[in-house]
Design a protein around this ligand. Structure first.
Ligand SMILES: NC(=O)c1ccc[n+]([C@@H]2O[C@H](COP(=O)([O-])OP(=O)(O)OC[C@H]3O[C@@H](n4cnc5c(N)ncnc54)[C@H](OP(=O)(O)O)[C@@H]3O)[C@@H](O)[C@H]2O)c1
Length: 251
């Protein structure tokens, strides 16, 4: 089966491409790097020729709200129109747990707009809502950094390893379209600042962690309901401490 991965050179996309190749599928890792651009439409028609499944794991060049909204709307419209012409049988999109909750960030609004285009496209689809990737930890730390202090929200958090997201996506891509949204999350639920404390201790990071109920998460106020899944999500296997030990050596 030919599977096109839009964003196939990215963090999730490259792992997913390897996994599906190993399972014996014809995989096209599509991105500007490989000559396929969903915003300009360059290379898109040719890439989709003969594809049965498209998995969209592309990302906006920035988390800034206006940039992200323009990216996901233009990319989504062009991609779904090209898929309709090519007769694609299943569109799979990766989005984020909480895009539909009140007071979410502008980036989440852009992801929600992407999801709306998918749902209204008429193409059979599956949307996977994932919680934050362990691999996103440094970006969270960066966004909360003020000088030597790192201000992190205390809201409940349930992050997941990218490998576990990839397993869920591969399973969904190789199954019949769900025509609905399902969730996947990590195995442990803790306040976000406690995850960062574990990360700092394991990596010997001496920056001052400041648990802060009012700290913004990428510009949005978050509470204990903002970022965790609803009932019966898929659950990833890998624990945060184990993941850290495979990625970082103690200095
Ligand atoms: N970070 C998280 O914790 C998290 C949690 C849940 C869901 N997600 C979602 O997961 C998705 C994948 O994230 P990621 O971290 O794997 O992204 P990433 O590493 O930033 O990769 C983005 C991919 O998108 C491609 N891309 C950019 N512009 C494109 C265009 N115009 N046309 C086609 N492809 C384009 C890039 O191609 P080049 O390499 O050629 O530039 C790259 O392959 C995102 O949609 C994100 O919203 C993220």
């Amino acid at each position: 089966m030919k599977i096109v991965i839009i964003g196939g050179t990215g963090r999730i996309g490259s792992k997913l491409a390897n996994k599906l190749l190993q399972l014996g599928h014809e995989v096209l890792a599509a991105s500007p790097t490989t000559g396929v651009n969903t915003v300009t439409r360059g290379g898109l028609e040719k890439a989709l020729n003969g594809a049965q499944v498209v998995v969209d794991v592309s990302n906006s060049p920035s988390f800034e709200g206006k940039v992200a909204m323009e990216f996901f709307q233009a990319s989504g419209r062009n991609l779904l129109a090209a898929e309709a012409s090519a007769g694609v049988k299943h569109h799979v999109a990766l989005s984020i747990v909480g895009t539909d909750r009140p007071n979410s960030s502008d980036y989440f609004h852009a992801k929600l707009a992407q999801e709306k285009l998918v749902i209204e496209s008429g193409i059979p689809y599956s949307i996977l809502h994932s919680t934050q990737f362990f691999e996103f930890t440094t970006a969270i730390v960066q966004s909360g950094t003020v000088g030597q202090e790192v201000h992190i929200p205390t809201a409940i958090f349930q992050p997941i390893a990218a490998d576990d997201v990839v397993s869920a996506l591969a399973d969904i891509a190789l199954s019949a379209p769900l025509n609905s949204t399902v969730e996947v999350a990590g195995p442990v639920r803790l306040p976000m600042d406690e995850f960062i404390d574990i990360f700092f201790k394991a990596t010997n990071d001496s920056r001052q962690l400041v648990p802060d109920k009012h700290a913004l998460y990428f510009g949005a106020q978050v509470n204990d309901q903002s970022l965790i899944p609803g009932i019966n999500p898929r659950i990833g296997k890998l624990k945060f401490e184990k993941w850290i030990s495979t990625q970082y050596e103690k200095i």
